[in-house]
Design a protein around this ligand. Structure first.
Ligand code: C2E
Ligand code: MG
Ligand code: MG
Ligand code: MG
Length: 285
């Protein structure tokens, strides 16, 4: 029998339960260790976003990366949901915010003015801890609210709608940007669109990956852009992998793109270099 303690709760694995379950517990235990040790296993990567009207790169998304010493790269899709289910996500988010805002301060010192977006989970919106943490880190690093965007998924709004809305309204009034991530998949939240204090709608990559050839995706994306604009929201498409899709999105009036076509997520040092090369290439054109 194996027992693993995570956040004062004991998760017990008994013989006979499936291997998947044991593997999940192991992942959680090593994640907690990685957070506590902070020995470089966990890193923040940044993926640039392009303004389609100006062609400038003015924003990025912070994405967590976990390089386990024995198991190698463990994708966030594998451990974020687990962390959400067990209450460990609070520790993850705290680590992410702290690291991202340090990096953000460094970029600002280097004269790079870029808004960074941070992925926020459901439980992060269930108490005021997130608010205090972000405010404290902003102050420490001399950053402004508009330097930061919070990416929220539809799913995240469902747990405690009143509390989540109150916190989001606070962030919005303070000047943080708020984006609805992965729009169009999972829980239908059309009614939430007008109710939530959003600045931006981020169309899920499943509608974008084959955009250049899929007529149905084109219809959905074109109408989503129109709807968002009429609601006063700007629109970003994630998962843009080719020039055709980028051109199509610009024609359709999409405001921003993010995807492998532009760049893959990368470490902060690499981002600084990439931006420099991007600007040089831009001038040469
Ligand atoms: P997301 O927030 O929707 O992030 C976008 C995902 O799409 C990222 O996957 C990114 O690497 C990937 N992506 C970007 N461009 C392309 C493209 O052109 N093609 C394809 N196929 N994929 C592209 P990633 O980094 O594996 O993250 C997966 C999810 O894990 C994120 O989805 C987010 O929900 C979660 N996540 C990542 N980092 C964090 C974090 O720091 N905190 C929290 N709470 N969740 C995170
Ligand atoms: Mg996101
Ligand atoms: Mg997304
Ligand atoms: Mg996603």
């Amino acid at each position: 029998e194996h027992a693993i303690a995570i956040n004062e709760r004991l998760y017990v694995y008994q013989e006979g339960q499936d291997k998947v379950h044991l593997r999940k517990l192991k992942i959680l235990r090593s994640l907690k260790e990685a957070l506590q040790k902070d020995d470089g296993q966990l890193q923040m990567y940044y993926q640039p976003k392009m303004n389609l009207r100006t062609g400038e790169v003015e924003k990025s998304e912070a994405l967590i990366r976990w390089f386990h010493p024995d198991d190698g790269f463990i994708p966030p899709d594998l451990f974020i949901e687990l962390a959400e289910q067990t209450g460990l996500i609070g520790l993850v988010t705290a680590w992410v915010i702290s690291r991202v805002l340090d990096d953000q301060a460094r970029l600002k010192r280097d004269g790079i003015a870029m808004q960074v977006s941070i992925n926020i989970s459901a439980q992060d919106l269930s108490d005021d801890g997130l608010k205090f943490l972000i405010e404290q880190k902003l102050q420490q690093n001399n950053l402004e609210a508009h330097d930061v965007c919070l990416e929220i998924t539809e799913r995240d709004m469902m747990t405690d709608v009143d509390k989540s809305l109150a916190l989001l309204n606070y962030f919005r009034e303070r000047g943080f940007q708020i984006s609805m991530d992965d729009y169009g998949i999972g829980y239908s939240a059309l009614s939430k669109l007008a109710q939530m204090p959003l600045n931006e709608l981020k169309i899920d990559k499943c509608f974008i990956l084959k955009l250049a050839t899929q007529k149905d995706d084109q219809i959905i994306v074109r109408n989503t852009i129109t709807m968002a604009h009429e609601l006063g929201l700007s629109v970003i498409a994630e998962g843009v992998e080719d020039l055709e899709s980028k051109d199509w999105l610009r024609e359709a009036g999409c405001d921003y793109i993010q995807g492998y076509y532009l760049a893959r997520p990368m470490a902060c040092d690499a981002l600084v270099k990439w931006l420099d090369e991007f600007k040089t290439a831009e001038k040469a054109e």
